[in-house]
Write a protein that binds this ligand. Structure first.
Ligand code: HEM
Length: 137
């Protein structure tokens, strides 16, 4: 059979594989250790023992998002290239917001309810002033 990828035919690269967070979370064992960095999914199973920072730190992040700790260390370009070789796919966009809760919008939540629902129709300082004077007790 003809394998287009083996011939280096343009456009024959495999499509990106997307993983849901739930699938990644299961890969936290000695047999299979995956981590997420910047929405990319890495299989670090075979890398654990070679990692200069030790295998423990990788295990701690297994099955989850290691972006912050990875960036905190200030990994070298070399380290980033090594990571690229271990990339197996990307976090499916539906799982992105599960990683970090959507931040609340304090400027809206701190407003009185009467103002909140009127916000979309606010146009000028004059309008704002008239609404505020009407809502004042
Ligand atoms: C695929 C992912 C990773 C790769 C390929 C990788 C690779 C490396 C490499 C090559 C170094 C040597 C220093 C450098 O070149 O920057 C290093 C150091 C280190 N890594 Fe990672 N790393 C990965 C993920 C992580 C994660 C997720 C953590 C933290 C949870 C971590 C923690 C550390 C620490 C603490 C050091 C410092 C060791 C020292 O300076 O003594 N690494 N890593």
């Amino acid at each position: 059979p003809i394998d287009p990828a083996a011939n280096g035919v343009a456009g024959a690269q495999e499509a990106v594989k997307y993983y849901r967070l739930s699938e990644i979370e299961e890969q936290n064992t000695f047999k299979s250790t995956w981590i997420i960095i910047n929405n990319n999914v890495y299989d670090v199973t075979k890398f654990l023992e070679e990692h200069p920072g030790g295998e423990e730190v990788l295990r701690e992040q297994a099955g989850g998002d290691a972006t912050e700790s990875f960036e905190d260390v200030g990994h070298s370009t070399d380290a980033r290239e090594m990571a690229a070789d271990m990339k197996i796919g990307e976090l499916h966009p539906v799982s992105w917001r599960k990683l970090e809760p959507l931040s609340p919008r304090p400027h809206l939540t701190s407003l009185p309810p009467t103002l909140k629902w009127r916000l979309p129709v606010l146009h000028s300082a004059t309008t704002l002033w008239s609404i505020m004077s009407v809502s004042a007790p």
